[in-house]
Design a protein around this ligand. Structure first.
Ligand SMILES: C[S@@+](CC[C@H](N)C(=O)[O-])C[C@H]1O[C@@H](n2cnc3c(N)ncnc32)[C@H](O)[C@@H]1O
Length: 286
């Protein structure tokens, strides 16, 4: 009998292999804390024999999505950490003044879509005349299906500023739904941040409260991927408890917002004095 007490157990190796085959997701990328939650779910009332575990997993139909939901909570809110959204509003406003054009925005690990819709409301408020590209992605297809509906509880709807709530949410039964015009502006897709091709030429990547569940190597990999995804001068928006992006390639603008700096050999839409002036103005409005 093998005890599944830690993440390097042989029994856990069986589970990881099963999980990777079923989902294409490598659990090695996640923190031990997240993995332990996953193990607890998989072994609950099942025993610790790897063979039995395998049979029981199949028999109980413990599905990949349930494991993922257990490992990484889906908690999300519209305009989560409002102060940081105020900063983002100011930075995006400045960016649109400097470069008047539609923006490309990615909510990566969007859960039920609150973050993607918050971005959509913010852009519609700032620059409604542009056809912005807004994409929300998550590894969990149930979350993606729910995101498309854009339904939020009345309690949650009441937490957001009236300037957004009144214009962009409408009552639906006991809940509130994002208005159809805004829902049509967002594309939602199932997407594994660690494996699938990144979205390119982004002005803003919001990846909030996801990195904190990944181990150090995976976090480093993700910062490289976000760097490649963002245009020079683009912004990375992370969560309050997320790890800090590496400083030579990202400049901190506020507690959760970082600017992607141009690489040394890279041609940039901003260069020389323009770029310095741009950064100075950005930092001034912090
Ligand atoms: C705590 S929620 C964060 C939701 C939102 N970003 C926020 O801050 O309110 C974390 C989300 O990350 C998603 N996630 C975890 N691993 C992922 C991966 N490899 N690729 C894409 N999404 C992932 C989970 O499914 C979950 O919906």
């Amino acid at each position: 009998m093998i005890q599944l007490t830690n993440t390097s157990d042989a029994g856990f190796a069986v589970f990881k292999r099963w999980f990777r085959l079923r989902s294409g997701i490598d659990l090695e990328h996640y923190t031990d804390v997240a993995l332990r939650r996953c193990i607890a779910l998989a072994t609950h009332g099942v025993g610790h024999d790897p063979k039995r575990l395998k049979q029981q997993i199949a028999a109980r139909q413990i599905c990949v999505q349930t494991c993922l939901r257990t490992m990484i909570p889906k908690v999300t809110y519209l305009f989560r950490d409002p102060e940081e959204w105020e900063h983002l509003h100011a930075f995006i406003s400045w960016r649109i003044q400097c470069f008047p054009r539609p923006l490309r925005v990615w909510s990566a690990g969007c859960s039920y879509g609150a973050e993607a819709y918050s971005l959509t409301m913010l852009l519609d408020d700032l620059a409604p005349h542009y056809n912005h590209y807004i994409v929300g992605t998550d590894i969990d297809d149930n979350a993606i299906r729910a995101s498309i509906e854009g339904i939020f509880s009345t309690e949650e709807a009441d937490t957001i500023s009236a300037k957004y709530g009144v214009r962009y949410l409408s009552a639906r039964g006991n809940d509130h739904q994002v208005i159809a015009r805004l829902r049509r502006q967002v594309v939602f897709e199932q997407h594994n941040l660690l494996r699938d091709p990144i979205k390119s030429d982004m002005d803003v990547v919001a990846c909030r409260n996801v990195l904190t569940y990944l181990n150090k190597d995976a976090q480093t990999q993700m910062f490289d991927r976000f760097y490649a995804s963002l245009m020079p001068g683009g912004m990375l928006f992370i969560g309050l408890d997320d790890p800090v992006p590496p400083s030579p390639i990202f400049l901190q603008l506020s507690r959760c917002i970082y600017m992607r700096l141009p690489g040394p050999a890279q041609s940039s839409t901003l260069s020389g004095p323009d770029f310095i002036q741009f950064i100075v103005k950005y930092v001034q409005i912090c």
